[in-house]
Every structure is written in structure tokens, then in C-alpha cells.
Design a protein around this ligand. Structure first.
Ligand code: BG6
Length: 502
């Protein structure tokens, strides 16, 4: 979790499956560059860029260099780029062809000899989910997943991790036939975000918050991940997936579990992940009817985001013209444990919304206001502690203060901590910490099997209910708006409302 020089990464070969893909170009390779620029890659390091079809060393170098040029926000250091690319070689390997994995094994032996990587390997599966198991099986068959004489073989599995509880459980079971749990690194890039990691520090490195972090003091919690982007070129994937599968059991539940978990005994992978899984396990499992009553799903229709005219979701490329896929979801969850009983957790996420905005807002209970009888209380607002994740990163505490002057009236004010005021921003894609942690074998910021399954278990009733309901109950919202009015009604029913998105 810390990119501290005290924890140096050991020699290793980084094997990148799907090296010609978008993810590699946009995030993984730029993250490796950023690690190299921060001197956090081991001196003995090699990259094997794996593609299923012939790509060639020089085409791959151009592809990766193009990624750095387009996706690294800072000026590049030519020497570091060249050094990184010089450590890269391409390998053609297809899981259906075991001979190709023997070639991969030979290429790894050659990398060990050329770069001193000492038989340590990280396999990064930047491939579509259907490729996860065949690739791991082929690695196993080629003897590449064995950890002999202190060497490591770790596999990073990208999302989506399953499409429902059954498929996630099967994926876990299949992975475990070849790998031990501590060899499996299930990535969720939200855990690579500094502000997400900071939820742990805020709660547990301060004496101030924990005593009030419970049902006696918290009225409710709102988690918002609003995106202004539409589905772009991902129509085929998205139309099968929808907002809930794409965002909730993974990213939103990372936020929820960090906020809801009990203090871990130690800041290590086992303790932290056990507490997170326990929090997810405590989410009340609803019947499909309850799930319908406690959720809103919606799809965007044409509208404007800024100056940009957006078409109906159903008109997007590779989306069915009769699609009932949700691009927005709001839900009300209950966590049945001593800390949170009776405190609703409201979650919402969607595409094509008015703006990109991610926050966790903790609303505290109202003060008893009878002593203020007769005073202008129009300005009186609730106390919110807001953890801002994007686009600005920071923490705000909102409270009430007396307005100046002889009249006694009250107005909401705020104390604001901005990350950028205290810390220099290091150029990052969000993957750096995660990749570094995998190299040093720290899986605290990766998902464990039980956490993934607890997440799917909690959303399963919603998936079931929506499958049966089909288009019925699917609300609509205008692109560029704050979402459907039905989402407002979900909170209004409880006498509450969403924090403003605009
Ligand atoms: C991805 C989803 O996992 O996360 C995307 O598949 C989504 O649909 C993205 O846009 C959001 O990530 P971030 O870091 O931009 O909030």
C-alpha cells in the first residue's frame, strides 16, 4: 500500500496477456512507466508482451510508446521509455495451443538469463473474461504457475470477475484448481485510488471519527459515482453488463465496505479483507420483491452534456434498439449488524449524467433544535462528512455557524481539506500502487474470493428481479441530467434527498 523505497520490489518478469489491447495501452503500460520514473521497478525487470496473433517487437514498441504519448499526463523521459521498451519482448501465445505456452516458458527462461529476473513471474490477464480460465489452465499445463524454491508466480485477474454469484463462484473455484489464493490478485482499480485508500486512514488513524461512526450518530450514508461519459465504443460489452454489474458489486462496494467495516486487527491483507468481506456479508439479502422496491434502474435518452449532443442509449453503436439495460442504478441497502442497523446506505451510479462526480457522504443525525425556537433556522443544514474521490480529491465537513451581526441566524459552513493543498500530485493512472503491491506480494488492495462472492450475493436479488421485470419498471433520464426523478422518490420516501449533483 505504500510506495516506499524501503519496500523494494524483487526481480521479476511481467507477462502481459492482451498486450495489444486498450487496457494495456491506456493504463497498464503507463503505470509501469510511472513506476520506472519513480524508481520503483526492480533493476532486474522484464516485460513479455503476449498477443494471440503475430504482432512483432517493433510494432509492439510503437503501440506501447503510443500509449505513453497519449495517456501519460506528464512530459516523458526518453531514457526511461527506451529502457522500458528495451526490456520488452513479444511472444505469440494462444491458450488453445499448448505448444505456444512452451514457447512462452522458453521466452521466460531467456528473460531470466538476459535480465536476471530469477524465475519470478507476474501474469497480467488484460484479456476478456472468457480468456481467464483457459489462460490460467495453459499456464498451469506449461508448469508456469508452480512456485518452486522461493520463486513466485502471481496472476492478476481483471474485472469483470463473473457476471453473477454463480459465475463468480465458478471462476474462483476454477482458479483455485490451479492457483493458491495467495497467487490470485483480483484487481479493482478503485482500490488504487489514493482517496479510496485514505478512507482507512481517516477512520483508523484518527481518534476523532471512529466514536461517532455508527448508528447512534449517523443518519444515513450516500455513495455516488456519477459519470458524464456515455458508453462510447463499449456498446456490446455494456449492453450485456449494465450499470449494476459494471459498477456496484466491485467499485461501489469497495467504497461501501471501507466505510462500513469494523476496525481490522492489523493493517494487513488478511485482517483488512476479512473485515471488508464481513461488512459485505452483513448487507441484508432481499427478496426479489424487496429488491424492486428498494432500487431504481434507468436508461438515458437523448440530451446535452455541456455542448455535446448525446443520442439515446438505444441508438448507441452495438446496443440493441430495444435494450432494457440500465445505464443508471440507485439502491437502498441495509447493513444488518450492531454498528449499522437502521442506517440506510443509498448508492447511485450512472453514465451520461450532468457531471463526473464521486463521493461518499456520511450524514449525521440532526441536533435537537428546540433551544433555537424563534430563531431563523432556514439556513440550518445537516452535518455531512464528505469524502470526495473525483474529480477533486479531499474531505469536507459541513456544519452550522452563526451568521455575523446582531440577528441570530444560522448558516451552513464547511471545513475543507484538499489533497492538492498538502501533497504534490505524482503522475498516476491509479494502477501503480496495485502493480507494485503485486510485485511485493501484498494483496491487501486486491479482492479476496469471499469478498467478491459476498458482493455478488448482495446484488443477486436485484439482478433476478430485473431479469423477470424486463423493460417494465425501467425508468428514463435525460443525458446531462442528475438522473431519473424515480431516484429522488426512492429517498423522498424516507424523508431524505440526494446531495446535489450539479
Ligand atoms: C470501469 C467501468 O471499471 O470503471 C467503467 O467498466 C467506468 O464503465 C470506470 O467508466 C470508472 O472508473 P473511474 O476511475 O473513471 O471512476
Amino acid at each position: 500500500m505504500t510506495l516506499s523505497a524501503a519496500r523494494t520490489a524483487p526481480p521479476c518478469a511481467f507477462v502481459l496477456f492482451g498486450a495489444n489491447g486498450d487496457l494495456t495501452q491506456r493504463l497498464v503500460f503507463p503505470a509501469l512507466y510511472n513506476l520506472a520514473a519513480q524508481k520503483l521497478l526492480p533493476p532486474a525487470f522484464a516485460i513479455l508482451a503476449v498477443t494471440r496473433g503475430e504482432f512483432g517487437d517493433s510494432a509492439m514498441r510503437e503501440h506501447l510508446r503510443g500509449g505513453l504519448n497519449n495517456f501519460c499526463k506528464q512530459p516523458l523521459d526518453r531514457g526511461i521509455v527506451d529502457d522500458l521498451l528495451a526490456r520488452m519482448s513479444t511472444v505469440v501465445a494462444d491458450a488453445s495451443d499448448s505448444a505456444s505456452f512452451v514457447r512462452l516458458r522458453d521466452a521466460l527462461a531467456a528473460a531470466d538469463a538476459a535480465h536476471g529476473t530469477q524465475g519470478n513471474r507476474i501474469f497480467y490477464l488484460a484479456v476478456p473474461p472468457r480468456g481467464f480460465i483457459p489462460t490460467v489452465q495453459a499456464l498451469g499445463k506449461a508448469g508456469l504457475t508452480q512456485e518452486i524454491s522461493g520463486q513466485f508466480a502471481r496472476v492478476i485477474v481483471e474485472k469483470p470477475f463473473g457476471a453473477d454469484l454463480a459465475s463468480a463462484m465458478k471462476l474462483n473455484a476454477d482458479l483455485r484448481t490451479i492457483l493458491k489464493e495467495d497467487q490470485i490478485f483480483r484487481i479493482d482499480h478503485y482500490l488504487g485510488k489514493e482517496t479510496v485508500q485514505n478512507i482507512l486512514m481517516l477512520r483508523f488513524a484518527n481518534g476523532l471519527f471512529e466514536p461517532i461512526w455508527k448508528r447512534e450518530h449517523v443518519d444515513h450514508v450516500q455513495i455516488t459515482v456519477a459519470e458524464s461519459v456515455t458508453i462510447g465504443r463499449r456498446g456490446a460489452f455494456y449492453d450485456e453488463t449494465g450499470a449494476l454489474r459494471d459498477m456496484v458489486p466491485n467499485h461501489l462496494f469497495q467504497l461501501l465496505s471501507l466505510v462500513a467495516m469494523e476496525p481490522p486487527a492489523r493493517l494487513d491483507a488478511q485482517s483488512v479483507r476479512s473485515e471488508k468481506a464481513r461488512a459485505l456479508d452483513a448487507i441484508r439479502l432481499m427478496t426479489p420483491q424487496e429488491a424492486l422496491a428498494n432500487s431504481v434502474r434507468a436508461q438515458y435518452v437523448a440530451g446535452k452534456i455541456g455542448d455535446l449532443q448525446i443520442a439515446d442509449y438505444r441508438g448507441e453503436a452495438n446496443v440493441s434498439p430495444t435494450s432494457a439495460t440500465e445505464t443508471f442504478v440507485a439502491m437502498r441497502l441495509a447493513i444488518d449488524n450492531w454498528r449499522w442497523a437502521g442506517v440506510p446506505f443509498y448508492l447511485r451510479t450512472g453514465k451520461a449524467l450532468a457531471q463526473r462526480y464521486t463521493e461518499v457522504a456520511i450524514k449525521f443525525r440532526e441536533a435537537p433544535i428546540s433551544m433555537f425556537r424563534g430563531i431563523d433556522l432556514d439556513g440550518l443544514r445537516s452535518n455531512y462528512l464528505v469524502l470526495q474521490i473525483a474529480p477533486d480529491e479531499g474531505i469536507t465537513l459541513q456544519f452550522n455557524a452563526k451568521t455575523p451581526g446582531p440577528d441570530l441566524s444560522i448558516q451552513r459552513v464547511g471545513m475543507r481539506f484538499r489533497y492538492s493543498d498538502y501533497f504534490d500530485a505524482t503522475p498516476a493512472t491509479g494502477y501503480e500502487t496495485l502493480l507494485f503491491d503485486c510485485m511485493i506480494g501484498d494483496s491487501m488492495l486486491y479482492q479476496r474470493d469471499d469478498g467478491v462472492e459476498a458482493g455478488w450475493r448482495a446484488v443477486e436479488p436485484f439482478l433476478e428481479a430485473w431479469k423477470i421485470a424486463g423493460e417494465q419498471g425501467l425508468a428514463l433520464y435525460r443525458a446531462g441530467s442528475a438522473g431519473p426523478t424515480e431516484a429522488d422518490a426512492l429517498l423522498a420516501r424516507d424523508g431524505r434527498r440526494w446531495r446535489s449533483l450539479t
